[in-house]
Design a protein around this ligand. Structure first.
Ligand SMILES: *Cc1c(COP(=O)(O)O)cnc(C)c1O
Length: 403
């Protein structure tokens, strides 16, 4: 994209950032550079530490033109200097933890997060000599109290998968700054459009680009955006040495999805508001948790921090056996919505989450933290990723299976 004095708007950035007509053929759409290696025109070093931004492409694990295009596009959307794309959201999450932390360090992590992240920090980090405190990020005093001299990283997730609980990002950023720790945030539910995480003080913004950024359910990928120095350190360790790089083909698919991210997020939000209102008004539904609805316990924070409320919601239908029965009916009878995991796609996806099972397998909360989790989760809930179909068709589907 050619530079001009004023920064282009989000939709323009989503379409043009990172790309431009091919200099050789004038092709308007980006090419896919599947090549693993690049012919050198000079003598260059062969170490992760020889790499900088202007270095020519040498080998695709170090950097690739198609992956670079996506990295530049995501950085432009997040409003950060740089971005590193990796092979999955979990590759991005593990890269953040393993690069920022060493044996003897301490990290504070949201006590409710994507199950893979929850299990990684609970099972793997302690094995490596890293101490972990799992804290309810809505309790700012508890976060402050958890800080230790060796705290190097505070990791948040907002809205948190799967219960759509929010974290006050500027407040946590301030605590991290005082502690001399980095603040990383998994903003997958929000996408770069839902909130300006870096603008709210987050040092490293993590995304599973499998979700909203790719948006079509056909490519797994992950991204970490932040200041160039931090991102280049991540690239040297996590991409070049741990090796979990993104395939150029997936980068191309995800970039194609990313071009329509702003307009898709507007449509996701519009559909989700319609559905949340319908669910709120239905007597079979006992609770709806959608950040964009006034019934969300943190709706004020959502309005302050989010620019788009997205398409993710959780809703409860009464006691757990009823929920499980409805889930079984969904598997048999849904016509439009897919009963499937994942989220952020153009297709609507729904999944039943029994609270006790989820807590036993992933979170293992007790006492006040469990109570607060239950406040959002009830005895079980449906995680609903509202897609881009006509809301009336989604409502007809839900109406039928709620019985
Ligand atoms: C899906 C997801 C991940 C993991 O991403 P993958 O691309 O599946 O590895 C991490 N965090 C959140 C919030 C997610 O929803």
């Amino acid at each position: 994209m050619t530079k001009s004095n004023s920064r282009p708007g989000l939709s323009t950035r989503a379409i043009h950032a990172g790309e431009g007509p091919d200099p050789a053929t004038r092709a308007a759409a980006p090419n896919i550079a599947m090549s693993t290696t690049f012919v050198a025109d000079d003598l260059v070093g062969f170490s992760a530490h020889d790499q900088d931004d202007d270095a020519p492409f040498i080998y695709t694990r170090w950097g690739n033109p198609t992956v670079r295009m996506l990295e530049d596009k995501i950085a432009a959307l997040e409003g950060t200097e740089a971005c590193l794309c990796l092979g999955s959201g979990m590759a991005a999450a593990s890269a953040v933890f393993l690069t920022a932390l060493s044996a003897g360090d301490h990290t504070i992590v949201s006590d409710v997060s994507y199950a893979g992240v929850a299990e990684l920090v609970r099972d793997t980090l302690p094995r490596l000599g890293i101490e972990v405190s799992l804290v309810d990020m809505t309790d700012l005093r508890a976060v402050e109290a958890a800080v230790r001299p060796k705290t190097k990283l505070i990791h948040t997730e907002t809205p948190a998968n799967p219960i759509c609980r929010l974290t006050d990002l500027p407040a946590i950023s301030a605590i991290a700054r005082t502690a001399g720790a980095l603040h990383s945030c998994d903003a997958t539910f929000a996408s770069p459009i839902g909130q300006s995480s870096a603008g709210l003080g987050v040092d490293l913004v993590m995304q599973s680009s499998t979700k909203y950024i790719g948006g079509h359910g056909d490519a797994v990928g992950g991204a970490i955006s932040g200041p160039r120095e931090l991102v280049e350190k991540l690239r040297a360790e996590a991409a070049i040495h741990y090796g979990g790089v993104l395939s150029p083909f997936n980068a191309w698919l995800i970039a194609r999805g990313a071009a329509t991210l702003p307009i898709r997020m507007r449509a996701h939000q519009e559909g989700a508001i319609t559905i949340a209102e319908w669910l709120e008004g239905d007597p079979r539904v006992s609770r709806v948790i959608y950040p964009g609805h006034s019934s969300h316990p943190q709706h004020d924070l959502a309005k302050r921090q989010m620019e788009n409320f997205g398409g993710m919601m959780a809703f409860q239908v009464g006691d757990a056996p009823t929920g499980a029965e409805i889930a079984r009916r969904m598997i048999e009878e849904l016509a439009v919505i897919h009963y499937a995991v994942s989220l952020g796609h153009h297709r609507s996806l729904i999944w039943w989450m029994p609270t006790d099972e989820l807590n036993d397998s992933s979170f293992r909360l007790e006492g006040r933290q469990l109570e607060h989790f239950r406040d959002y989760a009830g005895d079980g809930f449906f995680r609903f990723s509202v897609g881009l179909e006509d809301p009336e068709d989604l409502i007809a589907d839900l109406d039928r299976v709620l019985g």
